[in-house]
Design a protein around this ligand. Structure first.
Ligand code: ACM
Length: 544
C-alpha cells in the first residue's frame, strides 16, 4: 500500500505507510501508557479520542503506548499498529508524537472526530499498519484575521483544533487593523474600550452599497489570550501575534488620536473604520508613537512567551505615504534622521522594532513591504505579493514564509461560478491549492533553505462569522496541509485524483467535526449570498 492509497485516507499523506495483517481492536480494557515526555499527548488523546469513543484508555502498558525516540527528527513519528500487540507511537519530541497521535485518530475513522460516542459499545478497529512520517516544512501555518470580523475565543480554540487535525503548527494571529483592535492592553485601555468597536459594517466588497447597521466588535482579554496560547502549546502549535504598524492603524488612532498625523488631519474625528481597503490614516513617525508601541509589545511579549512565540509579526504592509508627505512634522523627522524619503520612515519603524525585539530574544517578521528600504539582519519576511519578495529575501539570507496571495489567500473564491458567496479575488480551486509549490524553482539550494515553510492567509472582510470562515478555508486547508507537510513531487506531477479519493474519507472527518466546508458541488443554498457584491479578478492569468 502506498501513502496515497485511498483505503488509508490519511490527510496529509504520510511519507511511508505499509499495511500489516489484520486489525487491532480498542475496547474498554485497552490501556494507554505514556513514557516520560509523552504525558501531554496522552492527556490530549484521553480528552479527545476518549470522549469520541467513550473508552477510558486507563493508564497502563500493553495497549496504546506513547514514547519519545531521540533518534527521530523533532516532528517525525513512527506509528505501528500490530494486530497482536497493540499500538506504539514514538516521536522525536512530544510535537512529533502529537503529529503521530493525529494519524492514530484518523485511522480510527470519522467518528473519532466527534465529541461523544454515537454508538456506545461499537468496535474500534485499527488496521495493522506501520507509518513513518515527518514534515517537509517546519513552518506550516494559517493566518486568521480577527480584526475585520472578530472570531470569539471559542471559535479560535476550535480553529487550533482544526489546525492540529491537519498537522499544522503555526497560528498567525492578526490582532489589529483599521477595523478593530482585538487584544486587551492594560496600560492603554482605550485600545479596546474604543478601538474594538465600530458602529456599522460594510456588507460585501467596499463598492457594495449594503451596510450592516448593527454595532459590531469584540476583543480578547489578557486571560483569553493566555488560554489561547496555552491551548495552542498543548497542540504543539506556535502562535505568531501580529500588531500591524505603521499602516493599518486607524483603530489605534481612533482610541489615541495623538498616534496619528495630527498636523495633517484632525485625528480626533476618526472612528474605527467601517469599510474595507487600504487606509490613509497611518501612525505619525514620532518618539511618542515608538514609546506607545513599545508599551504594547511589552505586554504582548508577556502574553506570548518566547518558547512558543519566537517570532513576533509587526505587519508593515500597505502603508500609504500621503500623510507623511503632507506632514511638516514627518518631513522634519526625515531631515533629522537623514533619511532619503518617506519610505525611509517606514523602514525606520521596522528597524526600531527589529532591534527592540532582538534585544528581548525575539525575531521580527513582517509582510514583504518591509524589504523596501533594506531589511535588518535576522528579520524574516511573509511573502504575500507573489513570490518575488520571498525570493529577494531568501537570496539575501533572510528567512521567508511563502504565502503568495495569488495561490494561498483563502479569502479568494474557490470557483468561478456565479453562486460563490461574495466572490473575491482569483479563482483558486482545491486543485490549484494542491499544486501550490512553496519553494520557487529559481532559488539555489542554499537560498531555498531560507524558506522556513508556508502559510495560508484568511482575510475576513466578507466572512462575518465562523461558518463563512469555514466555507472559505475548507476543504482547501486540507490540500494546503498536504503541500506543507507531505513530500509531494513537482506541481505538475502531483496525483490530484488520488488526493480527491482520500478526501472522501476526509470529508467524513470534517462532517464529524462540524466544519461548514464548501461541498465539491458548490455552495449549499444557505451558503450563498445572492446580491452581495464581491470583487472578482476576472480573467486573472492562471498561475504557473
Ligand atoms: C496583506 O495581504 N495586506 C498582507
Amino acid at each position: 500500500m502506498t501513502p496515497t492509497d485511498p483505503a488509508a485516507g490519511l490527510v496529509p499523506a504520510p511519507r511511508r505507510l505499509v499495511h500489516g495483517q489484520g486489525a487491532y481492536a480498542l475496547d474498554a480494557r485497552t490501556p494507554l501508557g505514556a513514557a516520560p515526555g509523552a504525558e501531554g499527548v496522552a492527556r490530549w488523546l484521553r480528552a479527545t479520542v476518549g470522549a469520541a469513543t467513550g473508552l477510558p484508555l486507563a493508564e497502563g502498558a500493553g495497549g496504546v503506548e506513547l514514547a519519545l525516540d531521540e533518534t527521530l527528527a523533532p516532528e517525525a513519528y513512527r506509528l505501528v499498529v500490530d494486530a497482536g500487540t497493540g499500538v506504539r507511537i514514538t516521536g522525536g519530541t512530544a510535537a512529533g508524537l502529537f503529529r503521530g497521535a493525529q494519524t492514530f485518530r484518523q485511522l480510527l475513522g470519522p467518528d473519532a472526530f466527534r465529541r461523544a460516542p454515537i454508538a456506545p459499545g461499537r468496535a474500534w478497529d485499527l488496521p495493522a499498519v506501520a507509518v513513518e512520517d515527518e514534515p517537509r516544512f517546519s513552518w506550516r501555518g494559517l493566518m486568521l484575521d480577527v480584526s475585520r470580523h472578530f472570531l470569539p475565543k471559542d471559535d479560535v480554540l476550535r480553529y487550533l483544533d482544526l489546525l492540529a487535525a491537519h498537522k499544522l503548527n503555526v497560528f498567525h494571529f492578526h490582532l489589529t487593523d483599521d477595523q478593530g483592535w482585538r487584544i486587551e492592553i492594560k496600560r492603554y485601555p482605550r485600545l479596546t474600550e474604543t478601538g474594538a468597536w465600530r458602529s456599522r459594517t460594510k456588507y460585501g466588497h467596499r463598492a457594495s452599497d449594503l451596510w450592516d447597521e448593527t454595532p459590531y466588535g469584540g476583543y480578547y482579554t489578557q486571560d483569553d489570550i493566555r488560554e489561547i496560547v496555552a491551548y495552542a502549546a498543548e497542540r504543539h502549535i506556535r502562535v505568531v501575534p501580529e500588531i500591524d504598524l505603521p499602516g493599518h492603524a486607524q483603530a489605534a488612532i481612533s482610541a489615541y488620536p495623538e498616534l496619528g498625523n495630527t498636523d495633517v488631519i484632525d485625528t480626533t474625528t476618526l472612528s474605527v473604520w467601517d469599510t474595507w481597503g487600504v487606509n490613509p490614516n497611518v501612525l505619525a513617525p514620532t518618539d511618542n508613537t515608538l514609546r506607545f508601541f513599545e508599551g504594547v509589545f511589552e505586554e504582548v511579549l508577556e502574553l506570548f512567551p518566547a518558547e512558543t512565540s519566537p517570532f513576533v509579526h509587526v505587519g508593515g504592509d500597505e502603508c500609504p505615504k500621503d500623510q507623511w508627505k503632507a506632514s511638516p512634522a514627518a518631513q522634519a523627522r526625515i531631515a533629522e534622521l537623514g533619511l532619503k524619503d518617506e519610505d525611509g520612515l517606514q523602514s525606520w519603524f521596522i528597524r526600531h522594532f527589529d532591534a527592540w525585539l532582538t534585544e528581548r530574544g525575539r525575531r521580527l517578521i513582517g509582510w514583504d513591504e518591509i524589504l523596501e528600504g533594506g531589511l535588518p539582519d535576522g528579520a524574516a519576511v511573509s511573502s504575500w505579493r507573489g513570490y518575488a519578495g520571498g525570493v529577494a529575501a531568501a537570496r539575501s539570507g533572510h528567512d521567508v514564509v511563502m504565502c503568495p496571495e495569488q495561490q494561498v489567500y483563502l479569502d479568494h473564491r474557490q470557483d468561478g461560478g456565479s453562486d460563490e458567496p461574495m466572490p473575491i479575488g482569483y479563482v483558486r480551486t482545491l486543485e490549484d491549492v494542491y499544486r501550490f509549490e512553496p519553494v520557487p524553482p529559481e532559488l539555489s539550494e542554499e537560498a531555498a533553505r531560507h524558506v522556513l515553510g508556508t502559510q495560508a492567509n484568511v482575510w475576513t472582510e466578507v466572512m462575518q462569522n465562523r461558518s463563512r470562515v469555514d466555507y472559505q478555508v475548507f476543504p482547501r486547508l486540507a490540500a494546503f496541509a498536504e503541500v506543507a507537510w507531505s513530500h509531494l513531487p513537482a506541481p505538475a506531477d502531483r496525483d490530484f485524483a488520488a488526493f480527491e479519493d482520500r478526501m472522501t474519507a476526509h470529508y467524513a472527518r470534517l462532517d464529524a467535526l462540524g466544519v461548514d466546508y464548501r461541498r465539491p458541488g458548490g455552495p449549499l443554498p444557505w451558503q450563498r449570498r445572492p446580491g452581495v457584491l464581491g470583487r472578482p479578478i476576472e480573467g486573472a492569468p492562471p498561475v504557473v
